[in-house]
Design a protein around this ligand. Structure first.
Ligand code: SAM
Length: 246
C-alpha cells in the first residue's frame, strides 16, 4: 500500500494497527480493513445502516435524539481524555461523535472512527475527516488495533447490533491502555414490561444487554466499573482499566 496517498489521520493510525493492514485499501477517504471480507449484516436494522437510504435517515434522527435525550455521548471529562490522546469510537456511524472527540483531544490527538458500514464511513470521511480524525472499516469483534494502543474507547448505540457482544467488549478492553476508560451506551429500558420490550427488539434483530451484563463482562476483562445504570431510553456503563503499578 502506498501510504503517502493516505489522509493524514489514517497515516497516523498505521503504527497502532496489527498486521491486518496488508489487505487494506483506501476507499472514499477511509481505510477498508475488511476489503476481502463481506460480513453478513446482523439483522434488518444493521442492513438499514449499511444502505445509503438508512445512512441518510440516520443523521437527522441522531441529531433529533441528541436534542431530546440528555447525554447521548459521555462528557469528555468522564472519559479522562488527555490533550493529545488517542480515542477510538467503535460503531462510529456518520462520524458526528468521532469529530467531537477529535475536538476534545485537540490537534495533537487522534480520534479514530471504526464501522462496518461503507455507506456510514463514506459520509463520515466526507464530512468529518481531518488531520486528527480518521476512519477505518473494521469489525468491533475483531479490532485491527494493537493491545493497549488507545487512551479511551466509546461504543455508543452499537452493541445491540452485534451478535457476539462479549467478544466486542473484550476487544474494547484489550485495546484500551492501562488507566484508560471505556464508555458504552445502549438503548435500554429496565421498567415494567422490560421483557416484552426486549422480545419486540429481538424480532427486529436487536439484542439489548442490560447495563449489569455489560458491566459484568467488562469486569471479567479486568476493568473497574465507574458507572452502570439504566435511565430509559439508555443504559450506560463507564469502566476504567486499572493503571499499571510501577
Ligand atoms: C445506531 S449507529 C450508532 C452510531 C454512533 N455511534 C452514534 O452514537 O450515533 C450503529 C453503528 O454501528 C455499526 N456497527 C454495527 N455492528 C458493528 C460491528 N460489528 N463493528 C463495527 N461497527 C458496527 C453500524 O454500521 C452503525 O453505523
Amino acid at each position: 500500500m502506498d501510504t503517502t496517498a493516505l489522509p493524514g489521520a489514517v497515516r497516523r493510525t498505521l503504527p497502532l494497527l496489527t498486521g491486518a493492514r496488508a489487505a487494506a485499501s483506501l476507499r472514499d477517504g477511509y481505510l477498508d480493513l475488511l476489503d476481502t471480507e463481506e460480513p453478513q449484516p446482523s439483522g434488518p436494522v444493521q442492513s438499514l445502516w449499511e444502505s445509503r437510504a438508512g445512512t441518510a435517515v440516520y443523521e437527522p434522527v441522531q441529531a433529533f435524539a441528541r436534542k431530546v435525550v440528555a447525554r447521548l455521548r459521555p462528557p469528555a471529562e468522564r472519559l479522562h481524555l488527555p490533550d493529545g490522546g488517542t480515542v477510538l469510537d467503535v460503531g462510529c456511524g456518520p462520524g458526528t461523535v468521532t469529530a467531537e472527540l477529535g475536538r476534545d483531544v485537540g490537534p495533537r490527538g487522534l480520534a479514530i472512527g471504526v464501522d462496518l458500514s461503507r455507506s456510514m464511513l463514506r459520509r463520515a470521511a466526507d464530512a468529518h475527516a481531518a488531520a486528527n480524525v480518521g476512519f477505518l472499516r473494521a469489525d468491533v469483534t475483531n479490532l485491527p488495533l494493537r493491545d493497549a494502543s488507545v487512551d479511551a474507547v466509546t461504543c455508543l448505540m452499537v452493541l445491540q447490533l452485534v451478535h457476539d457482544q462479549e467478544t466486542a467488549l473484550a476487544e474494547c478492553a484489550r485495546v484500551v491502555a492501562p488507566g484508560g476508560r471505556i464508555a458504552v451506551l445502549q438503548p435500554g429500558y429496565a421498567g415494567p414490561g422490560a421483557g416484552v420490550v426486549a422480545a419486540v427488539a429481538g424480532v427486529a434483530g436487536l439484542r439489548m444487554p442490560g447495563h449489569r451484563a455489560i458491566a459484568a463482562t467488562l469486569r471479567a476483562h479486568g476493568l473497574t466499573v465507574v458507572e452502570s445504570e439504566t435511565t430509559a431510553p439508555v443504559a450506560r456503563v463507564l469502566a476504567e482499566k486499572p493503571a499499571e503499578r510501577s
